[in-house]
Design a protein around this ligand. Structure first.
Ligand code: HEM
Length: 459
C-alpha cells in the first residue's frame, strides 16, 4: 500500500484564502451536470479528475457549487474539523424529508451529538457480538431456499437477510413474524417503500424533495403508509410489561434520558427508527451483493476465499474473509460520496474555497488512487495482507464524528453472510461481463442485482 504526497488542507483566514485560486469548475450546464452526477457518477467524477486533477468544482443541486476532492489530507482536515466548522451535508440530503431534520443522520451540532450519544452503546462492537448467532440463523434460512442451476439476483436476497437482522436488532424480534402484529405490518411497509424507490418516478420525487422540510408527492404518500405501522410499534412497546428489561434498540431508546432527564418523544423515536432501518439494511445488502459480483468474476480471489473458509483453520478463514470484504468495499463503495459544508474559508492543497462551500469527498476516487492502491481497478483481497485500512484512505463508512454508526453491525453481517455462502455454495457469474453501477438514492448498486448461478451446494 502506498501513500499520497502531502497536500496542506484545513481552515484558513480570509486573506490567505483570497491569495489562492478556487478549484477549477467543470464546464457544463448545471442541469446536465446534475443529471450526469446522479445517473453516471463514476464517469462524471473520473472524467473530472482526468481533466482537472484531484480537486474540482461542479454546479450541483445543493446551494453553493460543491467541490469534489480525492486527497486523503483533505479528507483528514474535514473528518477532524471542529463540528461547527464543517457540519455534515447529510442535513441537506434527499433523506431529510423522509427521516426528518432531527435524526442522528440529519441533525447537526449539539442535537446530533445528543442523538449519537444515545444511540452509540447498542451499536458498539461488543454489543454487536450478541447478534452473530441471529445473523447466522437468518443467513442459513435464506440460503437454504436458493435454487440450484438457475440465475438469481443476490441483492434482494441479501436484503431479506439484512432487513431481518436490523428488525431483530431494533425491535428485538427474531425469525418469523406473526401476521397481524405491528412489527409484521412495519416490515411489509418497509419492503414496499424500498421496492418503490427503484422506480424512476420515485427518483424524481427525491430530487423534488431536496432542500425541503416536509416531503411532497410520492414520497409523502409512501411515508404515510410507513408511519402508521411505525407509530403502532412504538405504542405497543411503550405499553409492554417487559420494556424495562428488554435489550433491543427500541426499548433502550424508550428508556434513554438526555442529560436534562428528557425522554424521546414518539416523533423523535419514529425518526431514529426509520433512520436506522433505512440507513442500515439496503447499504449492507448491496455491499454483500457487490462482493459476490466481484468474486464470481475474479477466480483467484474466489478460490482463495473458498479454500480458507473450507480449510479448517479458523484464524486464516477470518483473515481472508475480512480482507475480501475490505477489498470489496474499497472497489465498490455502496455510498460513493459524502460531504461537509465548511463554515470558514478552507484550504484544499493549491486551492481555497470561501465559507459556506459544500466540500464533498469522492470515496470512489480516493479508493482508486494509484499512489495509494497500485493497480486500483484490480480486485485483489490479498493486497491487504499485513495492512490495516487507512483512516483517510479507506472510507466506505465515512469518518470523524459522523462515521457510520452501524459500521460494526455492517461488518459483522458481511463477515457472517460471506462466510456462510462461501462454505455452503459454489457460485458462478451468469454472464462474464461485470455489472454496471446504478445510483439509487445516495447509494451505488449493481445494475442487475448481482446475478449469479448456484452451481452446487457443498456438503
Ligand atoms: C455496508 C454497509 C454500510 C455502509 C457502506 C454505510 C456507510 C455510511 C456512510 C458513508 C455514512 C456517512 C458517514 C460520513 O458522512 O462520514 C453513514 C452514516 C450512518 N450510517 Fe451507515 N453504512 C452502512 C451500514 C449501516 C448500518 C447497518 C446502520 C445502522 C443500523 C447504519 C447507520 C448509519 C447512521 C445512523 C449514520 C449517521 C451517523 C452520523 O451522522 O452520526 N449504517 N453510513
Amino acid at each position: 500500500m502506498g501513500e499520497a504526497p502531502p497536500s496542506p488542507a484545513g481552515p484558513i483566514d480570509g486573506a490567505e484564502a483570497a491569495a489562492l485560486p478556487l478549484p477549477p469548475m467543470i464546464q457544463l450546464p448545471r442541469a446536465l451536470q446534475v443529471l450526469r452526477f446522479n445517473q453516471r457518477q463514476i464517469d462524471f467524477v473520473f472524467g473530472g479528475r482526468r481533466r482537472h486533477g484531484e480537486v474540482f468544482r461542479m454546479r450541483g443541486i445543493v446551494p453553493g457549487d460543491p467541490v469534489i476532492t480525492s486527497h486523503p489530507d483533505h479528507v483528514q482536515s474535514l473528518f477532524t474539523a471542529k463540528p461547527d466548522q464543517a457540519p455534515s451535508l447529510t442535513g441537506e440530503s434527499p433523506l431529510r424529508p423522509i427521516v426528518g431534520p432531527n435524526s442522528v443522520l440529519t441533525a447537526i451540532g449539539p442535537r446530533h451529538m445528543r442523538q449519537r450519544k444515545l444511540l452509540l452503546p447498542p451499536f458498539h462492537g461488543e454489543a454487536i457480538e450478541r447478534y452473530e448467532q441471529m445473523i447466522s440463523d437468518a443467513a442459513e434460512r435464506e440460503i437454504a431456499t436458493w435454487p440450484v442451476g438457475e440465475p438469481i439476483a443476490l441483492a434482494p436476497r441479501m436484503q431479506a437477510i439484512t432487513l431481518d437482522v436490523i428488525m431483530a436488532g431494533i425491535f428485538g424480534i427474531d425469525g418469523e413474524l406473526k401476521r397481524g402484529t405491528p412489527e409484521h405490518g412495519l416490515r411489509r411497509a418497509i419492503k414496499g417503500l424500498v421496492q418503490a424507490s427503484t422506480w424512476k418516478t420515485a427518483q424524481l420525487a427525491e430530487l423534488m424533495n431536496i432542500g425541503r422540510e416536509e416531503p411532497v408527492g410520492i414520497t409523502k404518500a409512501g411515508l404515510e403508509l410507513l408511519d402508521r405501522p411505525t407509530y403502532a410499534v412504538i405504542a405497543a412497546r411503550r405499553a409492554a410489561a417487559d420494556v424495562e428489561e428488554r435489550q433491543d434498540i427500541l426499548s433502550l431508546l424508550l428508556r434513554a434520558r438526555t442529560e436534562d432527564g428528557e425522554a424521546l418523544t414518539d416523533h423523535e423515536l419514529r425518526d431514529e427508527l426509520l433512520t436506522l432501518v433505512l440507513a442500515g439494511h439496503e447499504t449492507t445488502a448491496n455491499s454483500l451483493a457487490w462482493t459476490w459480483e466481484r468474486l464470481v468474476r475474479t477466480p483467484a480471489a474466489y478460490e482463495r476465499l473458498r479454500d480458507a473458509v473450507r480449510g479448517g483453520d479458523a484464524e486464516l478463514s477470518a483473515t481472508v474473509v475480512e480482507q475480501t470484504i475490505t477489498e470489496a468495499m474499497r472497489s465498490r463503495p455502496v455510498i460513493p460520496i459524502i460531504g461537509r459544508r465548511v463554515k470558514v474559508p478552507w484550504r484544499l492543497g493549491e486551492y481555497a474555497v470561501p465559507a459556506d462551500t459544500p466540500v464533498t469527498m469522492s470515496i470512489l476516487l480516493i479508493h482508486h488512487r494509484e499512489d495509494v492502491y497500485p493497480d486500483p481497478f484490480a480486485f485483489r483481497p490479498e493486497r491487504w495482507e499485513g495492512h490495516k485500512p487507512g483512516t483517510y484512505t479507506w472510507i466506505p463508512f465515512g469518518g470523524g464524528i459522523r462515521r457510520c454508526l452501524g459500521a460494526a453491525l455492517a461488518m459483522a453481517e458481511q463477515r457472517v453472510v460471506l462466510e456462510a455462502m462461501a462454505r455452503r455454495l459454489d457460485l458462478a457469474a451468469d454472464v462474464p461481463e461485470p455489472e454496471r453501477a446504478v445510483h439509487r438514492n445516495v447509494t451505488m448498486i449493481p445494475a442487475r442485482g448481482a446475478r449469479v448461478v448456484v452451481l452446487s451446494r457443498a456438503a
